[in-house]
Design a protein around this ligand. Structure first.
Ligand SMILES: Cc1cc2nc3c(=O)[nH]c(=O)nc-3n(C[C@H](O)[C@H](O)[C@H](O)COP(=O)(O)OP(=O)(O)OC[C@H]3O[C@@H](n4cnc5c(N)ncnc54)[C@H](O)[C@@H]3O)c2cc1C
Length: 498
Protein backbone atom coordinates (compact mmCIF):
# COMPACT_ATOMS: atom_id res chain seq x y z
CA UNK A 1 0.00 0.00 0.00
CA UNK A 2 1.18 3.54 -0.74
CA UNK A 3 0.03 6.19 1.73
CA UNK A 4 0.49 9.93 1.34
CA UNK A 5 1.41 11.07 4.86
CA UNK A 6 0.09 14.55 4.04
CA UNK A 7 -3.35 13.08 4.74
CA UNK A 8 -2.50 11.95 8.32
CA UNK A 9 -3.59 13.79 11.48
CA UNK A 10 -0.98 15.63 13.51
CA UNK A 11 0.15 13.33 16.36
CA UNK A 12 -0.92 10.16 14.51
CA UNK A 13 0.80 6.94 15.65
CA UNK A 14 1.50 4.05 13.27
CA UNK A 15 2.39 0.62 14.71
CA UNK A 16 4.43 -2.00 12.87
CA UNK A 17 6.65 -5.03 13.32
CA UNK A 18 9.42 -3.61 11.14
CA UNK A 19 9.97 0.02 10.23
CA UNK A 20 12.37 0.71 7.32
CA UNK A 21 13.52 4.29 6.83
CA UNK A 22 14.22 5.07 3.16
CA UNK A 23 12.77 3.63 -0.07
CA UNK A 24 15.84 3.51 -2.33
CA UNK A 25 18.10 0.75 -3.64
CA UNK A 26 18.33 -0.87 -0.20
CA UNK A 27 14.89 -0.12 1.30
CA UNK A 28 12.70 -1.20 -1.64
CA UNK A 29 14.26 -4.69 -2.02
CA UNK A 30 13.77 -5.21 1.74
CA UNK A 31 10.09 -4.31 1.23
CA UNK A 32 9.88 -6.75 -1.68
CA UNK A 33 11.52 -9.51 0.38
CA UNK A 34 9.11 -8.94 3.29
CA UNK A 35 6.04 -8.61 1.04
CA UNK A 36 3.63 -11.47 1.72
CA UNK A 37 5.28 -12.36 5.04
CA UNK A 38 3.42 -12.30 8.34
CA UNK A 39 5.21 -9.09 9.39
CA UNK A 40 3.56 -5.71 9.32
CA UNK A 41 6.12 -3.54 7.55
CA UNK A 42 6.19 0.24 7.26
CA UNK A 43 8.59 2.01 4.87
CA UNK A 44 9.05 5.72 5.55
CA UNK A 45 10.12 7.69 2.49
CA UNK A 46 11.07 11.35 2.62
CA UNK A 47 9.97 12.14 -0.93
CA UNK A 48 6.94 11.57 -3.10
CA UNK A 49 6.89 9.74 -6.41
CA UNK A 50 9.07 12.27 -8.18
CA UNK A 51 11.72 14.95 -7.76
CA UNK A 52 10.80 17.93 -5.59
CA UNK A 53 13.24 20.79 -5.15
CA UNK A 54 12.40 21.54 -1.50
CA UNK A 55 12.61 17.93 -0.40
CA UNK A 56 15.85 17.48 -2.32
CA UNK A 57 17.34 20.52 -0.54
CA UNK A 58 17.16 18.53 2.72
CA UNK A 59 20.22 16.72 1.34
CA UNK A 60 22.32 19.91 1.12
CA UNK A 61 25.49 19.79 3.19
CA UNK A 62 29.15 20.72 3.14
CA UNK A 63 32.24 19.06 1.72
CA UNK A 64 34.98 20.01 4.17
CA UNK A 65 37.67 17.60 2.98
CA UNK A 66 38.88 16.86 -0.52
CA UNK A 67 36.49 18.53 -2.97
CA UNK A 68 33.88 16.19 -4.38
CA UNK A 69 30.35 16.37 -5.78
CA UNK A 70 27.84 18.67 -4.04
CA UNK A 71 25.92 16.64 -1.44
CA UNK A 72 22.57 17.97 -2.63
CA UNK A 73 23.13 16.58 -6.12
CA UNK A 74 24.96 13.26 -5.84
CA UNK A 75 21.92 11.38 -4.48
CA UNK A 76 18.15 11.63 -4.98
CA UNK A 77 15.53 12.10 -2.29
CA UNK A 78 12.29 10.54 -3.51
CA UNK A 79 10.67 7.11 -3.86
CA UNK A 80 13.30 4.92 -5.58
CA UNK A 81 16.19 6.98 -4.18
CA UNK A 82 19.38 7.35 -6.16
CA UNK A 83 18.35 4.61 -8.61
CA UNK A 84 16.57 7.57 -10.28
CA UNK A 85 19.91 8.42 -11.89
CA UNK A 86 22.31 5.54 -11.30
CA UNK A 87 24.22 4.05 -14.25
CA UNK A 88 23.46 0.37 -13.60
CA UNK A 89 26.98 -1.16 -13.62
CA UNK A 90 27.02 -4.30 -11.48
CA UNK A 91 29.54 -6.81 -10.27
CA UNK A 92 29.72 -8.69 -6.97
CA UNK A 93 32.65 -8.40 -4.62
CA UNK A 94 35.19 -11.22 -4.94
CA UNK A 95 35.87 -13.69 -2.11
CA UNK A 96 39.24 -12.00 -1.68
CA UNK A 97 37.55 -8.65 -0.89
CA UNK A 98 36.18 -9.98 2.40
CA UNK A 99 39.51 -11.20 3.73
CA UNK A 100 41.92 -9.39 5.97
CA UNK A 101 44.76 -8.09 3.82
CA UNK A 102 47.76 -7.52 6.07
CA UNK A 103 49.00 -4.57 4.03
CA UNK A 104 45.65 -2.71 4.30
CA UNK A 105 44.93 -1.38 7.79
CA UNK A 106 41.37 -2.01 9.06
CA UNK A 107 40.63 -4.48 6.24
CA UNK A 108 38.62 -7.70 6.68
CA UNK A 109 34.87 -8.26 6.89
CA UNK A 110 33.30 -10.32 9.67
CA UNK A 111 31.43 -12.29 6.97
CA UNK A 112 32.59 -14.18 3.88
CA UNK A 113 31.29 -14.19 0.32
CA UNK A 114 29.58 -17.55 1.06
CA UNK A 115 27.13 -15.78 3.38
CA UNK A 116 26.23 -13.27 0.68
CA UNK A 117 26.27 -15.49 -2.40
CA UNK A 118 22.64 -16.74 -2.26
CA UNK A 119 21.44 -13.15 -1.92
CA UNK A 120 23.66 -11.91 -4.74
CA UNK A 121 21.89 -14.36 -7.00
CA UNK A 122 18.46 -13.13 -5.83
CA UNK A 123 19.55 -9.56 -6.53
CA UNK A 124 20.07 -10.19 -10.27
CA UNK A 125 16.37 -10.12 -11.30
CA UNK A 126 15.64 -7.18 -8.96
CA UNK A 127 18.19 -5.17 -10.95
CA UNK A 128 16.93 -6.45 -14.33
CA UNK A 129 20.13 -8.46 -14.85
CA UNK A 130 20.42 -11.82 -16.61
CA UNK A 131 21.69 -15.17 -15.34
CA UNK A 132 23.85 -14.92 -12.21
CA UNK A 133 27.17 -15.72 -13.85
CA UNK A 134 30.25 -13.55 -13.56
CA UNK A 135 32.75 -16.36 -14.27
CA UNK A 136 32.12 -17.30 -17.90
CA UNK A 137 33.48 -14.25 -19.69
CA UNK A 138 35.56 -16.23 -22.24
CA UNK A 139 32.51 -18.37 -23.16
CA UNK A 140 30.27 -15.27 -23.39
CA UNK A 141 32.81 -13.48 -25.61
CA UNK A 142 33.04 -16.53 -27.85
CA UNK A 143 29.25 -16.76 -28.17
CA UNK A 144 29.12 -13.07 -29.01
CA UNK A 145 31.97 -13.41 -31.51
CA UNK A 146 34.01 -10.78 -29.66
CA UNK A 147 37.65 -10.80 -28.58
CA UNK A 148 39.22 -10.52 -25.15
CA UNK A 149 42.63 -8.98 -24.66
CA UNK A 150 45.44 -11.55 -24.26
CA UNK A 151 46.45 -10.23 -20.85
CA UNK A 152 49.29 -11.66 -18.80
CA UNK A 153 47.08 -13.30 -16.23
CA UNK A 154 49.32 -12.91 -13.21
CA UNK A 155 49.02 -9.13 -13.75
CA UNK A 156 45.76 -7.94 -15.26
CA UNK A 157 42.71 -10.11 -15.95
CA UNK A 158 39.50 -9.67 -17.93
CA UNK A 159 36.35 -9.83 -15.81
CA UNK A 160 32.65 -9.44 -16.52
CA UNK A 161 30.25 -6.73 -15.42
CA UNK A 162 26.50 -6.88 -15.86
CA UNK A 163 24.56 -3.85 -17.06
CA UNK A 164 21.19 -3.04 -15.48
CA UNK A 165 18.74 -1.32 -17.93
CA UNK A 166 19.29 0.67 -15.47
CA UNK A 167 16.33 -0.25 -13.28
CA UNK A 168 14.65 2.82 -11.74
CA UNK A 169 13.24 1.34 -8.55
CA UNK A 170 10.46 3.92 -8.12
CA UNK A 171 8.37 3.29 -11.24
CA UNK A 172 9.36 -0.40 -11.50
CA UNK A 173 8.42 -1.42 -7.95
CA UNK A 174 5.57 1.01 -7.21
CA UNK A 175 2.87 -1.38 -8.57
CA UNK A 176 3.92 -4.37 -6.45
CA UNK A 177 4.27 -2.33 -3.26
CA UNK A 178 0.97 -0.56 -3.99
CA UNK A 179 -0.77 -3.95 -4.02
CA UNK A 180 1.00 -5.28 -0.91
CA UNK A 181 -1.23 -6.11 2.04
CA UNK A 182 1.49 -6.14 4.69
CA UNK A 183 3.98 -3.54 3.42
CA UNK A 184 2.89 0.12 3.61
CA UNK A 185 5.02 2.88 2.10
CA UNK A 186 4.41 6.27 3.69
CA UNK A 187 5.43 9.00 1.23
CA UNK A 188 6.44 12.56 2.19
CA UNK A 189 7.66 11.21 5.52
CA UNK A 190 10.92 12.76 6.71
CA UNK A 191 12.34 10.91 9.67
CA UNK A 192 13.83 13.54 11.94
CA UNK A 193 15.22 11.23 14.59
CA UNK A 194 14.77 7.91 16.34
CA UNK A 195 13.59 8.06 19.94
CA UNK A 196 15.12 5.54 22.31
CA UNK A 197 14.80 4.36 25.90
CA UNK A 198 16.78 6.09 28.64
CA UNK A 199 19.86 3.92 28.19
CA UNK A 200 19.77 4.40 24.40
CA UNK A 201 19.79 0.62 23.96
CA UNK A 202 16.35 0.25 22.34
CA UNK A 203 14.57 2.40 19.75
CA UNK A 204 10.97 3.13 20.63
CA UNK A 205 9.77 5.24 17.71
CA UNK A 206 10.69 7.11 14.55
CA UNK A 207 9.69 10.78 14.66
CA UNK A 208 8.36 11.92 11.31
CA UNK A 209 7.71 15.36 9.76
CA UNK A 210 5.74 16.07 6.61
CA UNK A 211 6.72 19.32 4.87
CA UNK A 212 3.87 21.80 5.46
CA UNK A 213 1.97 18.92 7.04
CA UNK A 214 1.53 16.82 10.16
CA UNK A 215 4.13 15.39 12.53
CA UNK A 216 3.59 11.76 13.45
CA UNK A 217 5.45 8.76 14.85
CA UNK A 218 5.99 5.11 14.02
CA UNK A 219 6.39 2.54 16.78
CA UNK A 220 7.92 -0.76 15.76
CA UNK A 221 9.69 -3.82 17.13
CA UNK A 222 12.63 -3.40 14.76
CA UNK A 223 13.96 -0.39 12.87
CA UNK A 224 16.17 -0.34 9.79
CA UNK A 225 18.02 2.68 8.44
CA UNK A 226 18.19 2.50 4.63
CA UNK A 227 18.67 6.19 3.88
CA UNK A 228 21.97 5.99 1.96
CA UNK A 229 25.62 6.08 3.00
CA UNK A 230 25.55 9.64 4.34
CA UNK A 231 22.04 9.98 5.78
CA UNK A 232 22.37 6.75 7.79
CA UNK A 233 25.09 8.54 9.74
CA UNK A 234 23.11 11.77 10.01
CA UNK A 235 20.10 10.01 11.49
CA UNK A 236 22.16 8.17 14.11
CA UNK A 237 23.84 11.43 15.13
CA UNK A 238 20.56 13.38 15.14
CA UNK A 239 19.04 10.76 17.47
CA UNK A 240 20.79 12.26 20.48
CA UNK A 241 18.16 12.70 23.19
CA UNK A 242 19.10 9.54 25.14
CA UNK A 243 22.76 9.42 24.08
CA UNK A 244 24.24 12.87 23.65
CA UNK A 245 26.61 11.89 20.81
CA UNK A 246 23.99 9.88 18.95
CA UNK A 247 22.72 6.32 18.81
CA UNK A 248 25.26 3.52 18.47
CA UNK A 249 28.11 5.92 19.03
CA UNK A 250 29.55 4.98 22.40
CA UNK A 251 32.95 4.35 20.75
CA UNK A 252 32.80 7.52 18.71
CA UNK A 253 32.85 5.55 15.46
CA UNK A 254 29.62 6.73 13.79
CA UNK A 255 30.66 8.72 10.72
CA UNK A 256 34.31 7.67 10.84
CA UNK A 257 36.00 5.70 8.06
CA UNK A 258 33.89 7.52 5.48
CA UNK A 259 35.14 6.53 2.06
CA UNK A 260 34.45 6.49 -1.67
CA UNK A 261 36.07 5.08 -4.78
CA UNK A 262 38.90 7.08 -6.30
CA UNK A 263 38.13 7.58 -9.98
CA UNK A 264 40.61 8.75 -12.60
CA UNK A 265 38.77 9.57 -15.83
CA UNK A 266 40.68 9.24 -18.05
CA UNK A 267 43.69 7.54 -16.54
CA UNK A 268 45.26 6.66 -19.87
CA UNK A 269 44.96 7.26 -23.57
CA UNK A 270 46.00 4.34 -25.74
CA UNK A 271 46.79 5.21 -29.31
CA UNK A 272 46.21 1.98 -31.22
CA UNK A 273 48.92 1.03 -33.65
CA UNK A 274 47.22 -2.20 -34.82
CA UNK A 275 43.77 -2.65 -36.25
CA UNK A 276 43.33 -6.40 -35.71
CA UNK A 277 41.92 -6.20 -32.17
CA UNK A 278 38.17 -6.05 -31.71
CA UNK A 279 37.45 -4.15 -28.48
CA UNK A 280 33.67 -4.56 -28.75
CA UNK A 281 33.44 -6.69 -25.61
CA UNK A 282 34.67 -3.68 -23.61
CA UNK A 283 32.46 -1.05 -25.28
CA UNK A 284 28.76 -0.58 -24.49
CA UNK A 285 27.07 -3.80 -23.35
CA UNK A 286 25.91 -6.97 -25.08
CA UNK A 287 22.71 -8.96 -24.78
CA UNK A 288 23.22 -12.55 -23.65
CA UNK A 289 21.58 -15.05 -21.25
CA UNK A 290 18.67 -12.77 -20.41
CA UNK A 291 20.74 -9.69 -19.62
CA UNK A 292 23.52 -7.41 -20.85
CA UNK A 293 27.22 -7.73 -20.05
CA UNK A 294 30.57 -6.16 -20.86
CA UNK A 295 34.22 -6.69 -19.99
CA UNK A 296 36.59 -4.66 -17.85
CA UNK A 297 40.18 -5.17 -16.70
CA UNK A 298 41.24 -5.64 -13.12
CA UNK A 299 44.38 -6.69 -11.26
CA UNK A 300 44.81 -10.38 -10.57
CA UNK A 301 44.81 -11.47 -6.94
CA UNK A 302 48.46 -12.55 -7.42
CA UNK A 303 49.53 -9.06 -8.51
CA UNK A 304 47.48 -7.39 -5.79
CA UNK A 305 49.19 -9.51 -3.14
CA UNK A 306 52.64 -9.31 -4.68
CA UNK A 307 52.62 -5.52 -4.88
CA UNK A 308 50.44 -4.99 -1.79
CA UNK A 309 47.93 -2.84 -3.65
CA UNK A 310 44.25 -2.15 -3.15
CA UNK A 311 41.84 -3.40 -5.81
CA UNK A 312 41.43 -1.44 -9.04
CA UNK A 313 39.64 -1.71 -12.36
CA UNK A 314 39.81 -0.21 -15.82
CA UNK A 315 36.91 0.52 -18.18
CA UNK A 316 37.79 1.00 -21.85
CA UNK A 317 36.04 3.59 -23.99
CA UNK A 318 36.27 4.19 -27.69
CA UNK A 319 37.37 7.80 -28.16
CA UNK A 320 39.86 10.13 -29.72
CA UNK A 321 43.00 10.61 -27.64
CA UNK A 322 42.65 13.54 -25.28
CA UNK A 323 46.31 14.35 -24.97
CA UNK A 324 47.21 14.67 -28.63
CA UNK A 325 50.77 14.86 -29.77
CA UNK A 326 52.17 15.44 -26.33
CA UNK A 327 52.13 11.76 -25.73
CA UNK A 328 55.09 10.56 -27.78
CA UNK A 329 54.72 6.91 -26.77
CA UNK A 330 55.65 7.63 -23.22
CA UNK A 331 55.17 4.13 -21.90
CA UNK A 332 56.14 2.32 -25.06
CA UNK A 333 59.34 0.42 -24.77
CA UNK A 334 59.37 0.52 -20.98
CA UNK A 335 59.05 -3.23 -21.14
CA UNK A 336 60.83 -3.24 -24.47
CA UNK A 337 57.61 -4.38 -26.07
CA UNK A 338 56.51 -1.72 -28.50
CA UNK A 339 58.00 0.01 -31.47
CA UNK A 340 57.44 3.74 -31.68
CA UNK A 341 54.76 4.53 -34.24
CA UNK A 342 53.10 7.73 -35.37
CA UNK A 343 49.93 8.61 -33.52
CA UNK A 344 46.71 7.78 -35.23
CA UNK A 345 44.11 10.18 -33.93
CA UNK A 346 41.06 8.96 -35.83
CA UNK A 347 38.09 7.99 -33.72
CA UNK A 348 38.07 4.24 -33.32
CA UNK A 349 41.84 4.09 -33.32
CA UNK A 350 42.28 5.02 -29.71
CA UNK A 351 41.07 4.01 -26.31
CA UNK A 352 40.32 6.10 -23.29
CA UNK A 353 40.96 4.10 -20.13
CA UNK A 354 39.08 5.06 -16.96
CA UNK A 355 40.15 3.78 -13.58
CA UNK A 356 38.44 3.16 -10.23
CA UNK A 357 40.60 2.40 -7.21
CA UNK A 358 39.68 0.97 -3.84
CA UNK A 359 40.61 3.38 -1.04
CA UNK A 360 42.39 2.47 2.20
CA UNK A 361 40.08 2.68 5.25
CA UNK A 362 40.86 5.85 7.18
CA UNK A 363 39.37 6.54 10.63
CA UNK A 364 40.06 10.27 10.24
CA UNK A 365 37.80 10.70 7.22
CA UNK A 366 34.31 11.48 8.49
CA UNK A 367 30.66 12.46 8.15
CA UNK A 368 29.46 14.61 11.04
CA UNK A 369 26.81 17.17 11.90
CA UNK A 370 27.50 20.83 11.16
CA UNK A 371 25.94 23.72 13.09
CA UNK A 372 23.88 24.79 10.03
CA UNK A 373 20.30 23.56 9.82
CA UNK A 374 17.87 22.65 7.04
CA UNK A 375 14.35 24.14 6.91
CA UNK A 376 12.99 21.30 9.08
CA UNK A 377 15.46 22.35 11.80
CA UNK A 378 17.80 19.35 11.32
CA UNK A 379 21.57 19.85 11.39
CA UNK A 380 23.13 19.44 7.96
CA UNK A 381 26.15 17.24 7.45
CA UNK A 382 29.82 17.92 6.83
CA UNK A 383 31.65 15.33 4.78
CA UNK A 384 35.40 15.04 5.02
CA UNK A 385 36.55 12.81 2.14
CA UNK A 386 40.29 12.27 2.36
CA UNK A 387 42.85 10.70 0.08
CA UNK A 388 46.33 9.73 1.19
CA UNK A 389 49.83 9.53 -0.27
CA UNK A 390 49.65 5.73 -0.12
CA UNK A 391 46.51 5.84 -2.25
CA UNK A 392 48.20 8.24 -4.66
CA UNK A 393 51.12 5.82 -5.00
CA UNK A 394 48.64 2.98 -5.67
CA UNK A 395 46.90 5.04 -8.35
CA UNK A 396 50.18 5.81 -10.13
CA UNK A 397 51.31 2.20 -9.96
CA UNK A 398 47.98 0.88 -11.27
CA UNK A 399 48.09 3.26 -14.22
CA UNK A 400 51.65 2.21 -14.94
CA UNK A 401 50.74 -1.49 -14.82
CA UNK A 402 47.92 -0.95 -17.30
CA UNK A 403 50.10 1.09 -19.64
CA UNK A 404 52.86 -1.52 -19.55
CA UNK A 405 50.39 -4.28 -20.26
CA UNK A 406 49.14 -2.48 -23.37
CA UNK A 407 52.74 -1.93 -24.38
CA UNK A 408 53.54 -5.61 -23.85
CA UNK A 409 50.56 -6.73 -25.91
CA UNK A 410 51.76 -4.50 -28.70
CA UNK A 411 48.42 -2.89 -29.48
CA UNK A 412 49.49 0.68 -29.12
CA UNK A 413 51.15 3.33 -27.10
CA UNK A 414 49.88 4.66 -23.86
CA UNK A 415 49.96 8.12 -22.44
CA UNK A 416 49.05 9.01 -18.89
CA UNK A 417 48.74 12.64 -17.82
CA UNK A 418 50.37 11.46 -14.59
CA UNK A 419 53.65 10.33 -16.14
CA UNK A 420 56.63 11.89 -14.45
CA UNK A 421 54.38 13.52 -11.84
CA UNK A 422 54.21 10.87 -9.15
CA UNK A 423 54.00 13.50 -6.42
CA UNK A 424 50.77 14.86 -7.88
CA UNK A 425 47.24 13.56 -8.06
CA UNK A 426 46.05 13.20 -11.65
CA UNK A 427 44.05 16.29 -12.65
CA UNK A 428 41.29 13.94 -13.79
CA UNK A 429 40.66 12.32 -10.40
CA UNK A 430 37.38 12.49 -8.54
CA UNK A 431 35.16 10.40 -6.25
CA UNK A 432 32.72 7.68 -7.23
CA UNK A 433 29.50 9.03 -5.66
CA UNK A 434 29.56 5.78 -3.68
CA UNK A 435 29.14 6.82 -0.05
CA UNK A 436 30.65 4.02 1.99
CA UNK A 437 32.15 2.93 5.26
CA UNK A 438 30.82 5.42 7.82
CA UNK A 439 28.80 2.84 9.84
CA UNK A 440 31.17 -0.04 9.20
CA UNK A 441 30.54 -3.70 9.96
CA UNK A 442 32.86 -5.38 12.42
CA UNK A 443 33.16 -8.19 14.95
CA UNK A 444 33.67 -5.73 17.79
CA UNK A 445 31.95 -2.51 18.92
CA UNK A 446 35.46 -1.11 19.37
CA UNK A 447 36.11 -1.28 15.62
CA UNK A 448 32.70 -0.91 14.03
CA UNK A 449 29.14 0.38 14.32
CA UNK A 450 27.18 -2.71 13.19
CA UNK A 451 27.70 -6.42 13.77
CA UNK A 452 27.74 -9.21 11.17
CA UNK A 453 23.92 -9.03 10.98
CA UNK A 454 23.95 -5.27 10.39
CA UNK A 455 22.62 -4.58 13.90
CA UNK A 456 23.91 -1.47 15.64
CA UNK A 457 26.10 -2.79 18.46
CA UNK A 458 24.68 -0.68 21.27
CA UNK A 459 21.02 -0.90 20.25
CA UNK A 460 19.10 -4.18 20.38
CA UNK A 461 16.49 -3.41 17.68
CA UNK A 462 18.23 -1.05 15.25
CA UNK A 463 19.77 -2.19 11.94
CA UNK A 464 21.54 -0.42 9.09
CA UNK A 465 21.64 -1.39 5.46
CA UNK A 466 23.49 0.19 2.55
CA UNK A 467 27.08 0.84 1.58
CA UNK A 468 27.77 2.65 4.87
CA UNK A 469 28.25 -0.80 6.44
CA UNK A 470 31.04 -1.84 4.01
CA UNK A 471 34.37 -1.99 5.91
CA UNK A 472 36.28 -2.12 2.61
CA UNK A 473 34.81 -1.48 -0.81
CA UNK A 474 36.80 -3.36 -3.50
CA UNK A 475 36.94 -1.73 -6.94
CA UNK A 476 33.44 -2.65 -7.96
CA UNK A 477 30.18 -0.69 -7.81
CA UNK A 478 28.28 -0.96 -4.54
CA UNK A 479 24.61 -1.43 -5.38
CA UNK A 480 24.35 -5.15 -6.25
CA UNK A 481 26.32 -5.89 -3.09
CA UNK A 482 24.33 -3.61 -0.80
CA UNK A 483 21.04 -5.06 -2.07
CA UNK A 484 22.33 -8.57 -1.33
CA UNK A 485 23.05 -7.40 2.23
CA UNK A 486 19.56 -5.88 2.44
CA UNK A 487 17.94 -9.17 1.35
CA UNK A 488 20.05 -11.04 3.89
CA UNK A 489 18.89 -8.60 6.56
CA UNK A 490 15.25 -9.09 5.52
CA UNK A 491 15.65 -12.85 6.05
CA UNK A 492 17.29 -12.25 9.42
CA UNK A 493 14.45 -9.95 10.52
CA UNK A 494 11.79 -12.42 9.39
CA UNK A 495 13.32 -14.87 11.82
CA UNK A 496 14.11 -12.48 14.64
CA UNK A 497 10.89 -10.44 14.76
CA UNK A 498 8.39 -12.34 16.86
C1 LIG B 1 25.18 9.42 -10.85
C2 LIG B 1 25.28 8.12 -10.09
C3 LIG B 1 25.55 6.94 -10.78
C4 LIG B 1 25.65 5.74 -10.09
N1 LIG B 1 25.91 4.59 -10.79
C5 LIG B 1 26.03 3.42 -10.14
C6 LIG B 1 26.33 2.22 -10.85
O1 LIG B 1 26.51 2.20 -12.06
N2 LIG B 1 26.43 1.07 -10.13
C7 LIG B 1 26.26 1.03 -8.79
O2 LIG B 1 26.36 -0.04 -8.20
N3 LIG B 1 25.96 2.16 -8.10
C8 LIG B 1 25.85 3.34 -8.73
N4 LIG B 1 25.56 4.49 -8.04
C9 LIG B 1 25.34 4.38 -6.58
C10 LIG B 1 23.91 3.93 -6.26
O3 LIG B 1 22.99 4.86 -6.76
C11 LIG B 1 23.79 3.79 -4.75
O4 LIG B 1 24.74 2.79 -4.35
C12 LIG B 1 22.43 3.32 -4.27
O5 LIG B 1 21.37 4.08 -4.79
C13 LIG B 1 22.41 3.42 -2.73
O6 LIG B 1 21.22 2.87 -2.26
P1 LIG B 1 20.60 3.33 -0.87
O7 LIG B 1 19.27 2.69 -0.77
O8 LIG B 1 21.58 3.13 0.20
O9 LIG B 1 20.41 4.92 -1.03
P2 LIG B 1 19.39 5.67 -1.99
O10 LIG B 1 19.14 4.89 -3.21
O11 LIG B 1 19.92 7.03 -2.14
O12 LIG B 1 18.02 5.68 -1.16
C14 LIG B 1 17.89 6.36 0.07
C15 LIG B 1 16.42 6.70 0.27
O13 LIG B 1 16.24 7.19 1.59
C16 LIG B 1 15.36 8.31 1.56
N5 LIG B 1 15.66 9.15 2.75
C17 LIG B 1 16.81 9.80 3.00
N6 LIG B 1 16.73 10.43 4.20
C18 LIG B 1 15.50 10.15 4.70
C19 LIG B 1 14.84 10.50 5.91
N7 LIG B 1 15.41 11.27 6.85
N8 LIG B 1 13.57 10.05 6.09
C20 LIG B 1 12.96 9.26 5.18
N9 LIG B 1 13.57 8.90 4.01
C21 LIG B 1 14.82 9.33 3.78
C22 LIG B 1 15.70 8.99 0.24
O14 LIG B 1 14.64 9.83 -0.20
C23 LIG B 1 15.93 7.79 -0.68
O15 LIG B 1 14.74 7.37 -1.30
C24 LIG B 1 25.46 5.71 -8.68
C25 LIG B 1 25.19 6.89 -7.98
C26 LIG B 1 25.11 8.09 -8.68
C27 LIG B 1 24.85 9.35 -7.91
Amino acid sequence: MLIDAKELENGHVVEADICIVGAGAAGIPMGLALNGSNKKVVILESGGLGYDKRTQSLYDGFNVGRETYPLGRNRLRYFGGTTGHWAGHCRPFDAFDFSKRDWIPHSGWPITIDELEPYLEQTQPILGLGKYDYDSLPEYAEQLGLDLLPLQSDRLINVMKHQSPPTRFGPVYQPVLEKSENVSVYLHSNVLELSANESASHVTSAEVAVIDGPRYKVKAKKFVLATGGLENVRLLLLSNKSASNGLGNSHNLVGRYYTDHILVRPALDISLTRSDQNFGMYFGSHEINGGRVFAILTASEALTRREELTRFRFHLYNTSPKYGNAIGGIFSGVDGAVEAAPLNRERGNSLSVHMAMEPIPNPDAFVRLSDKRDFLGQQKIEVNWQVSDDEKANVHRAIEICALEFARMGYGRAYAPTMGKRDEWPGTFTSGKHHCGATRMSDSPKTGVVDRNCRVFDVDNLYITGSSVFPTISHTNPTLNLIALALRLADHLKEKTA
